[in-house]
Design a protein around this ligand. Sequence first.
Ligand code: NAI
Length: 395
Amino acid sequence: MIIKPKVRGFVCVTAHPAGCAAHVDEWISYVKSNGSIPNGPRKVLVIGASTGYGLASRISAAFGSGAATLGVFFERPSEEGRTATPGWYNSIGFTKAARAEGLYAKNINGDAFSDEIKAQALETIRRDIGQVDLVVYSLASPRRTHPRTGTVHKSVLKPVGSAYTNKTVDTDKGIVSSVTIEPANEHEIADTVAVMGGEDWELWMNALSGARLLAPGARSVAYSYIGPELTWAIYKNGTIGLAKNDLERAAGSIDSMLKAIGGGKAFISVNKALVTQASSAIPVVPLYISILYKIMKANGTHEGCIEQMQRLFARQMYAATGPSFDESGRVRLDNLEMRPEVQASVARIWPDVTTENLAALTDIAGYRGEFLKLFGFGMPGIDYGAEAEPHVPMA
Ligand code: NAI
């Protein structure tokens, strides 16, 4: 089958197997070119390991410090006439590359929110690697079936309190328009917290601890975002921000538990806004990212997922001096994004952007390129006109 990108709004419904593998290889090369991470993690569980920040974390652990990795994710395999999702191909690419270097790499594809997948992961750790010294929690999901009640919670990206109107961009069509998003009701707020908050992270950590699968001094990290005031109504102060507050609450309770059982640590890393499948679904944010990329590329401070995660591992989590925390105990990988001069430039450009000047005032071309790369398109060295085999078994 000849596989071309088919973009539908903020998703691409096709993915290219060889292109995804090449994208993973690019990230692996970046980590290798930065040298090994002394005292890095050795045995790592990554929950949400197939794309975005989770995949970048897995690659940083495996190729930065030779870690054994167990990846949990929820991806769709190929079906008749339909490619698999990119995380499927990414995970195969990663696993082949890791095993080629003698590194342990196993995958569990299924619903991380379920008891069944947790039990499978625990059994795999016990059987294969004994214990883990790092757990990365990097899920981004639109829904969660609660393992105790069976209720299906759906997360929404809405403001809280009052309606929010701002500019947004249709990244596919290049049309800038005004969008008004009505505020979430109490039910939607609670649902979003149930999906993207910290309860599931705590369930994972308690299950691992209860089964004595956490090595002494084990660490855990989950990811959050704050961003500039421009996006606060839809992010920091919106439904997702309330869920992230709950994730921070969970970091506190997991931290106490890890300290008590062996001097470990749990914390939140506040990451940079980047093009991922999750972020492209948020109104307003893709336009902000397009402007941000333009400014950060021009001043030489731009980073993608892999640069951020390599920095988290090498210069924060496993640095000789240990991580540096902000006043709320979070690692701030968004420090370059939040520099006052960067944000002043975003604020200056923001009111002027229109459909007509989108290409000149923003890095919409870079945004689109990055977006297509998430699905394995636009990679150098891949012949996109050639027949490709979409059916690839999970490694
Ligand atoms: P992503 O969409 O690239 O990755 C999500 C991962 O979760 C994938 O591996 C997917 O398979 C997995 N997943 C989703 N539902 C699952 C389920 N039910 N069971 C098992 N696995 C499941 O997302 P991204 O952007 O890397 O987000 C990861 C974390 O980073 C999220 O907490 C997000 O809020 C946070 N973050 C993202 C930023 C961004 O700009 N993209 C910025 C700062 C934080």
